[in-house]
Design a binder for this molecule. Structure first.
Ligand code: PEP
Ligand code: MG
Length: 325
């Protein structure tokens, strides 16, 4: 099978009926970058900046961060990289920094909430990103955005850093794209207000599903209780994809869901055309895409999403098996 995946490596991710899909990888360590070419992906859809923070024993300074980000961009070459700003708290802890005890850390002081409350931290990171991307394109996204005002506040900090670099005479990126992560259900209800203000949206299904079902993503007792292939999750994804289309805003799904072939099939049927996943999943997902007839699947899923079922996994599995997908 590995050989079969290697065989599709340099082939496009296109369905039998000609729909192009963009496959990207999630990365965090420099070593992940070495998989970019092997995987047959078009870029990095999610670079988790907290990873280099997690393996150090103190906060990296601006220069250290800029060096890391710059090397990531060098490695990626002409392929795009989306940098997610620091997403700590919840299940991602830094050994040298404690936010204090919280009963509910997943719903606590984490990600952009920390960034906005400790703006010096976020501004240093944004400064490092601007410097690393000087003379090239920069894409930044903010994690765990819950309302439009948070996204606007984060963008304001970025703008201040841009002004600062300008006033210092530093060179800037040739373009700056700013996106939000959709991980909190409240934001899904604010898309008409959010989408005109962002360059791209990235749906983090790990957190979004956890909050949609109010079920801890790391709790083994709940692991099988709700299914990502439930009508609720997929109806939300379809709605988000439609709204992004209406506003011409590119949507990527970057949670674990994107890398599972059956889940990826469901996401495509819901209108998603960009998937970002751990490098090892690109081959299996691309193989699935190249054997898929999307128009008929879309009609099927629209039917399945009217069901009151716990999950439509079995129906989708049968659909795939019958068609040798
Ligand atoms: C997600 O929540 O789906 C996501 C991609 O972010 P992380 O897994 O890093 O929380
Ligand atoms: Mg997340």
């Amino acid at each position: 099978q590995q050989a079969a995946f290697r065989a599709v490596r340099d082939l496009p991710a296109v369905t039998l009926d000609g729909q192009d899909v963009t496959l990207l990888i999630n990365a965090g360590l420099m070593i992940d970058l070495t998989h970019l070419k092997d995987a047959g992906a078009e870029g990095i859809g999610l670079y988790r900046t907290e990873v280099p923070f997690m393996i150090r024993d103190s906060f990296p300074g601006v220069q250290t961060q800029a060096d890391i980000y710059s090397r990531i961009l060098d490695h990626a070459g002409s392929k795009p990289v989306v940098f997610r700003t620091l997403d700590v708290g919840g299940d991602k802890l830094l050994p040298y920094w404690r936010g204090g005890h919280e009963d509910n850390p997943a719903m606590g002081w984490r990600a952009i909430r920390i960034g906005l409350d400790r703006p010096a931290l976020l501004r240093q990171q944004l400064r490092a990103l601007l410097r690393a991307a000087a003379g090239r394109s920069l894409s930044v996204m903010f994690p765990m955005i819950s309302e439009v005002a948070e996204f606007e506040a984060a963008k304001t900090l970025l703008q201040r850093e841009v002004e600062r670099e300008k006033s210092l005479g530093g060179s800037l990126p040739t373009e700056i794209k700013v996106g939000a992560m959709l991980e909190v259900p409240a934001l899904a209800l604010q898309l008409p207000q959010l989408l005109p203000r962002c360059d791209f949206l990235s749906l983090g299904s790990n957190d979004l599903v956890q909050f949609l079902f109010a079920a801890d993503r790391g709790n083994p007792r709940l692991a099988r209780r709700y299914d990502t292939l439930s009508p609720a999750v997929l109806t939300l994804v379809r709605d988000v994809a439609r709204r992004c289309d209406e506003h011409g805003v590119p949507l990527t799904v970057c949670g674990e869901m994107a890398g599972q072939p059956l889940e990826a099939l469901a996401l495509l049927a819901c209108g998603v055309r960009r998937l970002s996943m751990a490098p090892g999943f690109v081959g299996p997902v691309k193989t699935m895409i190249r054997s898929l007839e999307l128009a008929s699947l879309t009609a099927t899923i629209n039917q399945l999403l009217t069901l009151p079922d716990h999950s439509i996994r079995e129906q989708l599995r049968s659909y795939a098996l019958e068609r040798n997908i």
